[in-house]
Write a protein that binds this ligand. Structure first.
Ligand code: AMP
Length: 120
């Protein structure tokens, strides 16, 4: 199936069509909980715009400042959620080989327990 904004689950969450608790919201991102947590705390920082992947962000979409802002916001959310000074991990799966399953740009924010020995 083609991945478009029309059938995108994260677009539906961003628009409010599918309700989800927002742990953070600003002009560029929302932060929600992952439905299948891989760590004690597993959040998703999701772009408000339908950008299909990291590749699209840099190759085609031309959304200036999104990448830099994402790292800053993810770190601020991690701090607010009590993941510092313990630590956290950010993961961006990109494309099929990268394990991406939802083709709407998002960063996994994992923490709350020792992640050593796990990857992604
Ligand atoms: P990725 O494999 O990197 O594309 O990650 C997609 C993530 O979205 C997975 O970890 C899923 O568990 C998560 N996910 C899928 N649908 C939802 C949803 N409706 N609400 C929250 N998380 C979701």
């Amino acid at each position: 199936m083609e991945h478009t904004a029309d059938n995108c689950i994260f677009c539906k969450i961003v628009s409010g069509e599918i309700p989800a608790e927002r742990l953070h919201e600003d002009d560029k991102f929302i932060c929600i909980r992952d439905v299948r947590p891989q760590a004690k705390v597993h959040l998703l920082l999701v772009t408000k715009r339908h950008i299909p992947s990291l590749d699209e962000l840099y190759a085609k979409t031309g959304a200036p400042g999104v990448g830099e802002a994402a790292l800053e916001v993810a770190t601020a959310v991690a701090r607010k959620q009590g993941l510092l000074p313990g630590g956290f991990r950010l993961v961006i799966n990109t494309g099929g080989h990268g394990g991406q399953t939802v083709f709407h740009l998002h960063i996994h924010l994992l923490g709350g327990n020792d992640l050593e020995g796990t990857f992604g």
